[in-house]
Each structure stands twice: as structure tokens, then as C-alpha cells.
Write a new protein. Structure first.
Length: 296
């Protein structure tokens, strides 16, 4: 097992799963602290990097496109204190960070984990039930229904109809946009067959955000709802008429053709080249070779 412990958090890797636990340092963002420990399966990972600075550096995980509903819902707009896939590393722990990085990279190599996009979420999203108060509303989500309850800061025209309940089955998407500069942000639920261009201030299906401390927590609501909507890259449903076309799932396990004798021989040759070039240690090469021989 590989592990790195910092004030910013603790990351561990057991060969199959990375566990990301936020630290208790004051610089750890509220979203990370509220989200708690994340378990990231190796198959959801596209890569890992270590960026070194004079006083501190960062470990960064790069997930496969579409693997995490939180990243999909936030669209890369999470700032560093709130991004659960970054870890601040003190300069005197660079050696440990390098070892951790190499362990993860070796596992990705040995498992032949693809780095391309996926067609189904590989992380479950934030735990439920979930309730967040920020901006002009309190939003609650139980997995089936979203409830918006307005507060004293809500525009009268929007609050006049009272609390609002939306079924997930009636939603086609969710938008989260943080406040930036003089521009307010929002959390908007896109109701099927009810498009609108109204600002979040007046939209009864949206929460207006002003850039206060709890605003990032609305991203957790967005992620939890997104995790229960159809994946944006999921294959389209087959037509009712005509023969059903075969489907290809990029995230599915290799088919039987991948396990035939010739494919395994090619894998052995690839491992041998990696061993000779120094990418794999003697022990890593031996373990990988034994695994392939058992399959043959």
C-alpha cells in the first residue's frame, strides 16, 4: 500500500482504489470537508502528476472524461481549495509523493487501464440525503425529488408561488455556475419541455448565488442530481424496428478475443520491453508475467 499524509489531506492506494481524505487544515475548502473521503477506482483514473515548487507542490489526479458526476456538473470550475483531486505536498515530502505517483502509474500500466472517456459514471456522487442553504434558497435532494425553499433574500416574483418540488424524472440536466467578479452564479435545474432564458434571480427552477462561503456546496447538489440523470455519453436506445445493432462499450471488460493466445503473447512481449527499458522492476515484471501465464 502507498500512502502520503499531509496537512491538506491523506491519500492512500491499495492497488485497486485511491482513497482521498481531506485534512483539517484551515486552507481545506468547505466542499472538500463536506464531501469527506472519496474512493476512486483505478478504472476511473486517466493519470496522476506531481508538480513541484520551492516551498510546496501538488499531486493532481486526472479522471477519465465522464467518470465523475461532480466533475461533469462543475465543468472544471472548482477552485483549488475545493477540488478533491488535488493535494498540497510540502517540499520535504516530495520523495514520498514521487513514490506514490509511480505506484499509481505502474498499476495503470499493469492493468492496461484505458484513459479515454467513459459512457457510465464510475463514481456514485455525493451521499444522500443532501440539504444545502446558500444564495436565495435551501435545496434538498433525496435521490428522487429536488425541493427548493426560498428565504427572505429571494425575489418576490419568484417566491410568490411558494416552495418548489421537482422530480428527477422531469429533469433533463442541471447547471452549476459559481459567482465570478461582479457576475452572480447559479444552480439551475433544467426541466424537460420548459426552456427558459430568465436570469436565476427570477427563475423558479434556479438558485441565485452571490459568492458567499457556502456557495460551493451547491455543486454537491448539482453532482448528486447529475449522478441520477442519464449519462451524457451513454449509447442511444436501440430503435424499435429492424435488427438490433451490436453495441460497443468502451468501459466493458475486454472480450474473449482479447484473451486468445496471440493477444497474451503480445502482452508478454510488451511487458518484456518495459522491463528491459527500466519502466518495470524485476518484481513487477515477474508478477505481471505470472498473471498472464495463468490466463494462458
Amino acid at each position: 500500500m502507498a500512502e502520503i499524509i499531509q496537512k491538506d489531506g491523506t491519500w492512500t492506494f491499495d492497488g485497486e482504489t485511491l482513497r482521498l481524505t481531506p485534512g483539517r487544515d484551515k486552507n481545506v475548502g468547505l466542499l472538500r470537508r463536506t464531501l469527506g473521503e472519496l474512493a476512486v477506482p483505478l478504472e476511473a483514473l486517466a493519470g496522476i502528476s506531481l508538480e513541484q515548487g520551492k516551498k510546496a507542490g501538488r499531486l493532481r489526479l486526472r479522471l477519465r472524461d465522464g467518470a465523475d458526476p461532480l466533475l461533469h456538473a462543475t465543468g472544471g470550475r472548482l477552485t483549488e481549495p475545493h477540488d478533491p483531486y488535488q493535494l498540497v505536498v510540502e517540499s520535504d515530502r516530495y520523495g514520498v509523493a514521487e513514490y506514490f505517483t509511480e505506484e499509481v502509474r505502474t498499476a495503470l500500466l499493469l492493468e492496461q487501464t484505458p484513459s479515454g472517456p467513459v459512457t457510465a459514471y464510475l463514481l456514485p456522487g455525493p451521499p444522500l440525503p443532501l440539504s444545502v442553504s446558500a444564495g436565495d434558497s435551501t435545496v434538498s435532494f433525496d435521490g428522487e425529488r429536488v425541493r427548493l425553499e426560498w428565504n427572505w433574500k429571494t425575489e418576490d416574483a419568484k417566491a410568490a408561488a411558494g416552495p418548489r418540488t421537482l422530480a428527477v424524472a422531469d429533469l433533463e440536466g442541471v447547471e452549476w455556475q459559481p459567482a465570478a467578479g461582479l457576475e452572480n452564479g447559479h444552480l439551475r435545474f433544467l426541466v424537460r419541455h420548459a426552456p427558459t432564458k430568465a436570469p436565476a434571480k427570477y427563475d423558479p427552477n434556479a438558485v441565485e448565488l452571490w459568492g458567499f462561503k457556502k456557495d460551493p456546496l451547491m455543486a454537491l447538489v448539482a453532482a448528486a442530481v447529475q449522478a441520477r440523470l442519464p449519462h451524457p455519453s451513454a449509447p442511444a436506445a436501440p430503435a424499435l424496428e429492424g435488427p438490433r445493432a451490436p453495441e460497443t462499450d468502451r468501459t466493458a471488460p475486454p472480450d474473449r478475443a482479447e484473451d486468445d493466445h496471440d493477444a497474451l503473447l503480445r502482452r508478454l512481449r510488451e511487458l518484456g520491453e518495459l522491463h528491459r527499458s527500466g519502466v518495470l522492476t524485476d518484481e513487477e515484471f515477474t508478477l505481471a508475467k505470472q498473471a498472464i501465464l495463468k490466463r494462458m
